[in-house]
Ligand binder design. Structure first.
Ligand code: 3PG
Length: 391
């Protein structure tokens, strides 16, 4: 993979694709891991005399949306870089070109959310061409969204000489090193709220791992498929065939799928208390928001016997203390085994990173923490290699 170290950068305009899709609440960044991980590349580009034009998506807007503007990131980015970063409230067109024309070597600007244009997600040729028109070189340092075939990730490489940044290189190096798929048994834990991307990857995962532990909305979808009443819990409909084939593949490959036996539910949107229930006793108004103690015990036993744990997505709605127990306890168990040298633990995803911080842990408590959620799963399943032209 061509690295930016292979490129002469002096006075070149670099279009740097990062993933600044960080969790924000009331305008405050909740977890800045993705920004921190991009700093090395930005600083290297600045110090080697490049003009750095940063592009990113933020959330899933439908058209222009002030709440999802990247201007929310500028202050933090400027502080972390110790340099004023200029913000342009568009990502293509004359306004951008004008600002780029005034840039000198070492300058950094941040453009507006790419997804304000629907053409970004459509991998549109003309949008990619417009993006590329202001730059000499393209650098992808956005591992966590490189499973998306979008204009700023995929199509853009048709227009500019393309390189990868240090964060992308590190992700690939550490993931490769820690997951040789040699240290067995391997357990994958998949939770979180984003169902559609993740659920498709479970097929490939079921071929490779010995235990597949499911939490969050994915587990709810399996429970509902098994005719369990999940009340008002988040789940996905219309995927029976997919779930059926995941179960079939798992059976064929001796992969044991584990779904919760008991859970904590909220009633009537009251998230202050979690009520423990066996899954057979869930009522129509219940919302499943965490795993229960029995399930935690089962999972702990599986982890104790595993040599590798790959974890993507919190197992409960950890933002609410009443539903953070499962996620926190699992982190405790996994970090303890990791520290004793008995376990390779790789955790991925923006929400997982927030959960790590919220639970009082750091990157150092695990073998590796990846910025990628869906991307991490996509990489694990071999899907990303096939998709991304840079590879
Ligand atoms: C993520 O948060 O996983 C990446 O930023 C990708 O976001 P997306 O799932 O909205 O494409």
């Amino acid at each position: 993979i061509p690295s930016i170290k292979d490129c002469n950068l002096q006075d070149k305009v670099i279009l740097l694709r990062v993933d600044f899709n960080v969790p924000i609440k009331n305008g405050e960044i909740q977890d800045n891991m993705r920004i921190l991980r991009a700093l090395n590349t930005i600083e290297y580009l600045m110090n080697t005399g490049a003009k750095v034009v940063i592009i990113s998506h933020f959330g899933r807007p439908e058209g222009r949306d002030d709440n999802l503007s990247l201007k929310n990131i500028v202050k933090t980015l400027s502080q972390l870089l110790n340099k004023e970063v200029n913000f342009v409230d568009d990502c293509i067109g004359e306004k951008v070109q004008k600002v780029v024309n005034t840039m000198v070597a070492g300058d950094v600007i941040l453009l507006e959310n790419l997804r304000f244009y629907k053409e970004e997600e459509q991998n549109d040729l003309s949008f990619a061409q417009q993006l590329s028109s202001i730059a000499d070189v393209y650098v992808n340092d956005a591992f966590s969204c490189s499973h998306r075939i979008h204009a700023s990730i995929a199509r853009i490489t048709e227009f500019l000489p393309s390189y990868v940044g240090f964060s992308m290189q590190n992700e690939l190096k550490y993931l490769e090193e820690s997951i040789s798929f040699q240290a067995k048994p391997i357990t994958a834990i998949v939770g979180g709220a984003k169902i559609s991307t993740k659920i498709k990857m479970l097929k490939r995962l079921a071929e490779k791992v010995d235990f597949l532990i499911l939490g969050g909305a994915i587990a709810n979808s399996f429970l509902s498929f098994n005719k369990v009443n999940i009340g008002k819990s988040l789940f996905q409909t219309g995927i029976d065939d997919l779930l059926h084939s995941i179960i079939e593949i798992a059976n064929k490959n001796n992969c044991k799928i584990i779904v919760p036996e008991d859970v904590l539910v909220a009633i009537d949107s009251d998230y202050s208390v979690g009520i423990a229930k066996k899954i057979e006793s869930i009522s129509d108004d219940d919302v499943i928001l965490d795993i229960g103690l029995q399930t935690l015990e089962t999972i702990s036993g599986v982890i104790a016997n595993s040599k590798t744990v790959l974890w993507n997505g919190p197992i409960g709605m950890f933002e609410y203390p009443a539903f953070a127990i499962g996620t926190k306890e699992l982190m405790n168990i996994i970090s303890n085994f990791t520290k004793k040298g008995n376990l390779i633990s790789v955790i991925g995803g923006g929400d997982s990173s927030s959960a790590i911080n919220a639970a009082g842990f750091t990157d150092k408590d695990f073998t590796y923490v990846s910025t990628g959620g869906g991307a991490f799963l996509s990489w694990l399943s071999g899907d990303m290699h096939a998709k991304l032209k840079l590879f």
